[in-house]
Design a protein around this ligand. Structure first.
Ligand code: ATP
Ligand code: MG
Length: 618
């Protein structure tokens, strides 16, 4: 059964933020005239002379394919693709695969899938050939030829040099925040000498690590990123796209601005850690424009604060460690903050986009409470997830006078409930009440605490007066009165006993004549479907698992996944995996693939996405 779900509510108008301000200003001032490329951005020979298109913004999301995307990436995806969509532009999906060592096809595939699942697209409509929209999925490694040409041009212009100091010597000459650096002894060679040396690097005539190409800027700059940053290193490694063609690879800080420029990116939006790199970004692109390798207008970099979410880690390295050391079942474990994990958990793409809208974009660091994500899920599903009753921690309720009340011990009393209380068009659910019913264990108390309105047995009060057991409504059914309970050999309550209060069936004229303070959910034991229910909780017990250098593995939550045998109402017998429900009083659940059947019990499987309200604080 696929639950009848309403479409998601239309997303609210996007809030203003400083990046929108910048883009609106740029559009107004007509600064975004763009180059149109005949071929792919990699064949950039024509770049500087490419014709101009109408003004439009062009952003990019540039993941390194060395892990799965996480909720932090979702912020960047929603921002970059969202801006492009809202201002009639395009967002490129670019694999930043300039590092040959850690990248894998598995990650490329997972990233493509995650971005699509979030609801974003890197295709641009093609008016000339509407059936073939233009794809803007790129690989940085496709630009290696251009990057190398740019490196040679910088060397020839006296703007870059080959440094053959040892790494220790380089470090010693770099200085620190208080001390200016000093020039490398190799810095003074002629451009022709450096060019020859660079070609030897490229041709594999120097061993790994023997030399690096560096920009020639200023070893005394107060910005350490401008103290002759490295542009190329020697590294014999097989690259997933270019194989063994190269034994030198560009550094990220050199490659990234070039990738942006080649693709005609107008607004290159990154996280705040890169703020100090912006002067180098500008230095590099200005020089390459002056040298005629790139055309103007060139891209500009803008920074925003990265997302930090409590109770999770958002570092690919740490997430990989969780996977590789077996602390979780995989990158898509439902407790992982990866997009694959959140999807497996049951979060909707709408809820993640809503979350990203709500947290906003600003130029400072912030920690966002995990409860914000759960609230977005609730706000997305509240209006559209159908309802169902489920019992998670079952206790048997026996209606001892069933045969007298209904004239027949085998009688099953039909009951009905709306699929969704505010969506009558989703119709009704039907189930029946019988002599034995599953209820939640905590809906009974042998000795009720103050204010407890659910089942408790008859007792003698402080004044010595006998009091009847409590009356409770079985939701959508009848009112019953507790008459006692049974215990097993270990002294644990094994059943609650009750009698039916006549003429109290929900929906009948007399139903309201008897007032009760407690209404509980239940499923008829004769028709309940056995369910394998996973209850997920935070993966870590501390809001900032890696705060202050703590080993995040020491604060893993041992109760992050619990598995219980529960019962659900009969309509969920054929729940199709991926369908979501609100289990009344419990929260939002998603149907999973059926558990491996070891018997013929016909169990169905569900996982809890989030509770009905935030209970973590307790
Ligand atoms: P990690 O530090 O986990 O390895 P990363 O930033 O190195 O992540 P990339 O693949 O380079 O991973 O990230 C792609 C893009 O996602 C970058 O532009 C980066 O700015 C953005 N991004 C990564 N983490 C976050 C975050 N927590 N909040 C917002 N944006 C992020
Ligand atoms: Mg990165």
């Amino acid at each position: 059964m696929t639950a009848p779900q309403k479409p998601a509510p239309a997303e609210a108008h996007k809030p203003a933020n400083f990046l929108r301000g910048i883009i609106e200003r740029d559009l107004e001032q007509g600064r975004l005239a763009q180059r149109r490329f005949a071929g792919s951005p990699g064949d950039a020979a024509h770049h500087a002379s490419a014709p101009f298109d109408a003004a439009a913004i062009r952003t990019r999301f540039p993941p390194e394919p060395n892990g799965y995307l996480h909720i932090g990436h979702a912020k960047s995806i929603c921002l970059n693709f969202g801006l492009a969509r809202d201002y009639g532009g395009v967002c490129h999906l670019r694999f930043d695969d300039t590092n040959p060592e850690k990248e894998e096809q598995e990650y490329v595939d997972a990233i493509v899938e995650a971005v699509s699942w979030l609801g974003f697209d890197w295709h641009e409509p093609n008016p000339a050939d509407p059936a073939h929209p233009r794809s803007h999925l790129y690989y940085a490694s496709a630009y290696f030829d251009f990057m190398y040409r740019a490196a040679e041009a910088l060397v020839e212009a006296g703007l870059a040099y080959v440094d053959e100091q040892t790494p220790e010597e380089m470090r010693a000459r770099r200085g620190d925040f208080n001390t200016p650096g000093t020039d490398s002894p190799f810095r003074g060679r002629t451009p022709a000498e450096h060019l020859a040396r660079l070609r030897e690097m490229r041709d594999g005539r120097l061993p790994d690590g023997a030399a690096v190409l560096r920009a020639k800027i200023d070893m005394a700059s107060p910005n350490i990123n401008l103290r002759d940053p490295a542009l190329y290193r020697i590294k014999r490694a097989t690259h997933h796209n270019t194989g063994d063609r190269w034994c030198i690879y560009p550094m990220y800080t050199f490659a990234h601005p070039l990738e942006d420029a080649l693709e005609g990116i107008t607004h290159s939006i990154c996280t705040l850690e890169f703020e100090d790199q912006r002067p180098f970004y500008d230095w590099l692109l200005e020089h390459l424009c002056d040298l005629g390798l790139l055309g103007r207008p060139r891209p500009h970099q803008y920074e925003f604060g990265r997302l930090n979410l409590t109770y999770v880690v958002t570092s690919k390295r740490k997430l990989r460690q969780l996977v590789e050391e077996g602390h979780v079942d995989g990158w898509d474990d439902p407790r992982m903050p990866t997009l694959a994990g959140l999807r497996e958990r049951g979060y909707t793409p709408e809820s993640i986009r809503l979350f990203c809208d709500r947290i906003g974009v600003a130029k400072d660091y912030s920690w966002i409470d995990y409860a914000t994500l759960d609230q977005a899920l609730r706000d997305d599903l509240e209006g559209r997830a159908p309802r169902a009753m489920a019992v998670i921690d079952p206790l048997k309720l026996k209606l001892v006078d069933w045969a007298e009340a209904f004239g027949n011990a085998a009688h099953h009393e039909p009951c009905q409930a709306p699929a969704h209380p505010q969506q009558p068009e989703l119709g009704l659910r039907h189930f029946t009440l019988g002599p034995e019913v599953w209820i939640e264990r905590d809906d009974f108390a042998e000795l009720p605490p103050k204010g407890f309105f659910r089942f408790f047995p008859p007792r003698v009060d402080a004044a010595g007066v006998a009091q009847p057991g409590n009356r409770v409504r079985l939701k959508y059914g009848v009112i019953v009165e507790c008459t006692g309970f049974e215990k097993d050999a270990e002294g644990r309550v094994s059943a609650v006993l009750a009698r039916v209060v006549p003429d109290t069936k929900s929906g009948t004229p007399g139903a309201d004549a008897v007032k009760v303070k407690g209404t509980i959910t239940w499923v008829g034991a004769h028709e309940a479907v056995p369910a394998d229910i996973q209850l997920f909780d935070r993966l870590f017990t501390e809001p900032q698992p890696d705060a202050g250098g703590r080993d995040f593995l020491t604060v893993l939550n041992p109760l992050s996944r619990q598995r219980v045998a529960g019962w659900v109402e009969p309509g969920l017998a054929a729940a199709s995996p991926g369908a979501r429900w609100q289990f009344e009083r419990h929260g939002y659940f998603v149907a999973k693939n059926p558990p491996a059947q070891t018997d013929s019990s016909g169990r169905v499987a569900f996982g809890r996405i989030a509770g009905l309200k935030d209970t973590w604080a307790k």
